[in-house]
Design a binder for this molecule. Structure first.
Ligand SMILES: [Zn+2]
Length: 100
């Protein structure tokens, strides 16, 4: 099980990334964890990691990526990367490919 230390290490290494597309204002959140990068939507909340599915199917609760997003927001440690809307399609394709 991932604990509190994982959340802190992700947040302090600026692993929480907000990809912001202009001018639409669309946002994509990713968290670079210990093994690889995960896509998540903190509003749903959803995360693409295995731990999220495990928690959703068992007792509930959040994976450490979702916790890391909330912590990073609270501490102002979100790495914001700006993109143009024309890059959105390419960005999503590359991200989905990485996730599969
Ligand atoms: Zn996760």
């Amino acid at each position: 099980m991932k604990g509190r230390g994982d959340v802190d290490s992700v947040v302090s290494s600026m692993g929480v990334k907000l990809h912001y597309f202009e001018p639409s204002g669309r946002t994509i959140w990713t968290v670079v964890g210990k093994e690889n990068e995960h896509w998540l939507d903190p509003d749903l909340p959803f995360c693409s990691c295995a731990d999220y599915y495990y928690k959703a199917m068992t007792a509930g609760g959040e994976c450490y990526h979702l916790k890391a997003v909330r912590t990073a927001k609270e501490q102002g440690k979100v790495e914001t990367v700006k993109f143009s809307d024309s890059e959105f399609e390419i960005f999503i394709r590359a991200l989905v490919k990485d996730l599969m």
